[in-house]
Design a protein around this ligand. Structure first.
Ligand code: ZN
Length: 208
């Protein structure tokens, strides 16, 4: 499969522009901005690249198939990336336990998968879960959304990086799990995205 590089960044005339992260997506996929403008507060230059140290940004990812000729309404992922120069978790296991507890104590949430993954030379973790919601208040029909979140700390830039991917169609997110893992494992957080496949980067996999 061919991949293309996506740059998730922000800029202003006053501060200049910088990157949250770079990553690779399959050539057929489409990446586009959302109506929510990115927020970027602190820039830090490392080896000719300016990195956003504090802020967040959203993006839409449309996972087009090989020969799809039209995009279905719900067939997209909403990606939110948050970076912070303050570390909120001592290590990745602490994050996993915190997230696991948050999901398990809610009846409306269902844990699907937890795993650890290598991102650049950092140890990252990801969690996949489903969330049932009422469409119109208490009495409405229940809808189900799927989430894929990932957290890691980049020692090179000194940033905690948190990603959350949401899909209104759980089947699409679950069926694109490998592509999403491959995308996450390709993240460049202190250098450009690396052209690597997911195969040799999963550290452990915990099927639930
Ligand atoms: Zn890094």
């Amino acid at each position: 499969m061919d991949y293309k590089e996506v740059f998730l960044g922000a800029g202003s005339i006053l501060r200049g522009s910088g990157a949250f992260i770079y990553f690779l997506i399959p050539e057929k996929w489409i990446a586009m901005p959302t109506y929510i403008p990115p927020e970027a507060y602190v820039l830090k230059s490392i080896d000719d690249y300016a990195w956003i140290m504090v802020g967040n940004a959203s993006m839409l990812l449309i996972p087009l198939e090989e020969n799809a000729d039209k995009v279905r309404e719900k067939n997209f992922f909403e990606l939110n990336v948050k970076v912070d120069d303050r570390r909120h978790h001592e290590n990745i296991d602490e994050w996993i336990e915190k997230e696991r507890k948050k999901i398990e104590k809610k009846e409306s949430k269902k844990l699907k998968e937890i795993g650890k993954i290598k991102i650049c030379n950092h140890e990252g973790a990801y969690i996949v879960w489903l969330e049932y919601k009422k469409k119109f208040g208490v009495f409405g029909a229940a809808i189900c959304e799927a989430f894929f979140s990932c957290n890691f700390y980049c020692e090179e830039t000194g940033r905690e990086i948190f990603l959350k991917i949401r899909s209104k169609d759980p089947n699409i997110l679950l069926s694109k799990r490998n592509e999403l893992l491959s995308m996450i494992s390709s993240i460049g957080c202190h250098s450009r995205a690396a052209k690597k496949t997911v195969k040799n980067k999963i550290l452990f996999l915990n099927e639930i």
